[in-house]
Design a binder for this molecule. Sequence first.
Ligand code: SAH
Length: 214
Amino acid sequence: MTSDEAERKMQFLFALRSRGVTDKRVLNAMEKIDRGAFVTGLFAERAYEDMPLPIPCGQTISQPSVVGLMTQALEVQPRDKVLEVGTGSGYQAAILSQLGRRVYTLERHRRLVQGAEAVFSQLRLTNITAIVADGSYGYPEQAPFDRILVSAAAEDPPGPLLAQLRPGGIMVLPVGQSDAVQHLIRVRRTETGYEYDELRSVRFVPLVEGLGQE
Ligand code: SAH
């Protein structure tokens, strides 16, 4: 690592901490997974800034501090089977792969799945499976999940995702209309029902029905 790279990494981690990402395991994962590997083209040099950036198919890679806060709220345990909806660049899935046992990530654009898979193999992340699918229906083949993280905003938590959460499990997702303020919420499934708490306001691309064109 050059001293420039080391400096950049320190600033990246400092920004995360100052925005409330304090969990040691999450910070370690974010130190280890190079966000620069997931951003290509014009914006690559801004990969270490705390801002969302454009990726192909008109989508965005989320802001690192939001990735950190969502991951922290998910409280992933080493034996957990995790579902992500909205692979995008694959960055969030890569972070989750450091914390849980196995990650399944669903994306409606084939091109994004292929791009993410290429980075996963380049970084030798072997416990992630990326699948082209409409994530609103979850992934019944592997349900139930210990943890579910949704990276696109729905108006309400999708029923199939609630159903695929194991009792004792946690789901973190943005809810609200795509052109308005959305709220990040955490859902805990208990033996008898679901408990909700609201974390903060956020802005995500919408959860869209069906598969994408490319
Ligand atoms: N977690 C991503 C952020 C991607 S933005 C990252 O770290 O880069 C949200 C993604 O959700 C977009 O790529 C979008 O195509 C995808 N998406 C939207 N609706 C979806 C759906 N119904 N099923 C699967 N993916 C969906």
